[in-house]
Design a protein around this ligand. Structure first.
Ligand SMILES: Nc1ncnc2c1ncn2[C@@H]1O[C@H](COP(=O)(O)OP(=O)(O)O)[C@@H](O)[C@H]1O
Ligand SMILES: [Mg+2]
Length: 240
């Protein structure tokens, strides 16, 4: 059984149909990347998997349980989302990462252990005491990832986590994702960066105007895609 299953998901915003019947199965421990032009519905799709919003029709199953308003509170603690633009609290890096554990009532020494481990995964241990609001964009994104890693969710969703970041920060985030995946995390990485998808993903899916055009093993996606639109997208011919 797939860990995440999307069955014919449809979603409208205002009068526009944003997702037009998206189906996808994601296996436990898989790192899958979703690529596609701006406006194709990638963020909308991730928000549905995160249980922040709900489809108009179709269903999402996570670990075999249907994700609904009623089940979301039980499912969401096992899901972590890194947004494109992260808002950090006006507190130290340490406290930003510790927040979810304090919220869960963990003892202080366990919190310290977990926060330090998460910070070292994103190479931020030296900045633990810094005010989060003084960080660079890349450092802030690394804190955002640490905030998710620290509570150890089985499913991690990322919405263009390295858009506009320099190579050094991108490399650290990619390393942390690779490591999390090796530890068995299931990861859905939405990215504009097809090279990043190629470096990290086991499978890649192209979302175009709310339709999942093609999902393939990464090597196949880039070297011998089935769909003409995938060919055009990876060669940069698809204007957007
Ligand atoms: N809350 C919303 N209300 C109205 N339209 C929205 C909303 N969220 C997204 N959209 C529209 O849905 C389309 C897809 O958006 P989005 O999922 O953000 O795409 P992507 O992340 O692929 O760029 C866009 O045309 C966007 O303007
Ligand atoms: Mg988006």
């Amino acid at each position: 059984m797939a860990f995440v299953e999307l069955r014919s998901i449809r979603k409208r915003h205002s009068d526009k149909e944003i997702l037009k019947g998206v189906s996808l199965e994601i296996q436990q421990g898989e790192l899958i990347s979703i690529v596609g032009p701006s406006g194709s519905g990638k963020t909308t799709l991730l928000r549905l998997i995160d249980g922040l919003d709900f489809p108009d029709s179709g269903e999402i199953l996570i670990g075999g349980t249907r994700l609904t308003k009623e089940t979301a509170p039980a499912i969401r603690p096992n899901v972590g989302m890194v947004f494109q633009n992260t808002v950090l609290f006006d507190a130290s890096v340490y406290e930003n990462v510790a927040y979810s554990l304090r919220f869960r009532g963990l003892p202080n020494d366990l919190i310290r252990q977990k926060v330090e481990a998460a910070l070292s995964l994103v190479v931020l241990k030296d900045l633990a005491k810094r005010s989060a609001l003084t960080l660079s964009g890349g450092e802030a994104q690394r804190v955002a990832l640490a905030r998710v890693l620290v509570y150890d969710p089985d499913l991690i969703l990322l919405d263009e986590p390295t858009a506009n970041l320099d190579p050094a920060n991108t490399l650290i985030i990619e390393g942390a994702l690779r490591n999390a995946n090796l530890q068995g995390k299931t990861i859905v990485l939405v990215t504009h960066n097809i090279f990043q998808a190629r470096r990290l993903a086991k499978r890649v899916g192209l979302l175009l105007e709310g339709e999942m055009v093609e999902v393939q093993e990464t090597e196949r996606f880039f070297n011998s895609p089935m769909d003409q639109r995938t060919r055009r997208f990876i060669s940069g011919d698809l204007v957007y």
